[in-house]
Design a protein around this ligand. Structure first.
Ligand SMILES: *Cc1c(COP(=O)(O)O)cnc(C)c1O
Length: 335
């Protein structure tokens, strides 16, 4: 696939490491070998998966002559933190619209990503109730900025449109090249599945390159069927944008909803166990909202025998550790 025809800024110039997790694999005791793709180590203040997607979206904003970006997310959004970080890097203004998916969850004084919004010099934060049409809310901010003579560019939540998903098509090609260089192939891949650009881009890269490694998505928010439809649509929109004459088959898209717990961003015991287990076996930090729940899915599936004995399983670490600092009581209560 020729991704070179799309402009990007070059935010991810080097491959992120793929590492074997010997201590974690042993602790899991499920006769599988777990490897990790360290997208938590991507550049951008605090790291994480949105850097790959923003590489394409911000290039588009700059090409269109925009001087301001507007995006949206939850109150502890990693995507908002990284959009703001790359905007600062490019000399663009950045305005955020935050959705209180959990009622009254916005706290100006909160730690984690919320603290970083202020530190990185956000131009404005608009807080709206859960269920608000976020594109409309961002358009309202854009209209006001336009009236003030600015040229705003709206990036959708998670930068999860077809353009942003190219970042994870490219990640899949990076993984393919690393497998070749390491003389290593995986039997299965496990990825977090939120606004779907990551999972969708991985599926598009997998099918577009005929790689044929099964991918299991772990949802963090929506019911299974809704999430799978979102991933399916975005994966195929990405393939169409690239101009690939292939489609991701619906039956290859799997996004379990068994690990969401009481709701988006709300802690589960299994998430706490997963975060502690990876920290204490490999000293790698997950996050409470995405990668921690996704890893809780991998752990449970491994214990249930979902992966064939002797499998090599690659976990995509999408980052998010700054959000840990907004969950201190949860982790302190668990010891
Ligand atoms: C946004 C995010 C995800 C989910 O990625 P999507 O492309 O939105 O599905 C996973 N992990 C972290 C840390 C994130 O910030």
């Amino acid at each position: 696939m020729n991704l070179a025809k799309f402009i990007k800024r070059g935010y991810a110039p080097n491959p992120t490491p793929i590492e074997y997790l010997p201590n974690f694999s042993r602790a899991l005791n499920a006769d599988i070998d777990v490897y990790i793709k360290r997208d938590d180590m991507l550049p951008g203040a605090g790291g994480g998966n949105k850097t790959r997607k923003l590489d394409f979206c911000i290039a588009d904003a700059l090409q269109k002559g925009c001087d301001t970006v507007i995006t949206c997310g939850a109150v502890q959004s990693n995507h908002c933190r990284l959009t703001l970080a790359w905007a600062v890097h490019e000399g663009l203004d950045c305005h955020l619209v935050l959705e209180e998916r959990v009622p009254n969850s916005y706290d100006e004084e909160a730690s984690g990503n919320n603290f970083l919004f202020q530190l990185l010099g956000v131009k404005s934060i608009t807080v709206v109730p859960g269920g608000t049409n976020m594109l409309d809310a961002m358009q309202k901010v854009a209209d006001k900025l336009t009236a003030d003579g600015k040229k705003p560019y709206i990036i959708p939540g998670g930068a999860s449109n077809a353009l942003g998903a190219l970042g994870y098509v490219s990640c899949m090609e990076e993984i393919m090249a690393q497998m070749f260089a390491m003389n290593l192939t995986f039997d299965h891949m496990v990825v977090p599945s939120g606004s779907a650009g990551t999972h969708g881009g991985i599926m598009a890269g997998m099918i577009g390159n005929n790689i044929n490694i099964p991918v299991t998505g772990i949802g963090v928010n929506r019911p299974k069927a809704v999430q799978e439809k979102a991933v399916y649509d975005l994966a195929n929109a990405a393939l169409a944008l690239i101009g690939v004459d292939a489609k991701v088959p619906a039956d290859k898209v799997v996004a379990f909803d068994d690990y969401v717990g009481p709701g988006y961003s709300l802690p589960t015991d299994a998430m706490v166990e997963a975060v502690q287990m990876l920290a204490r076996t490999e000293a790698i930090l997950l996050d409470p909202v995405y990668s921690g729940k996704a890893m809780s899915g991998l752990i449970d599936l491994a214990r249930k025998g979902y992966f064939a004995k002797g499998s090599k399983v690659l976990f995509l670490h999408t980052g998010g550790s700054p959000a840990l600092f907004a969950y201190l009581p949860t982790f302190r209560a668990a010891k």
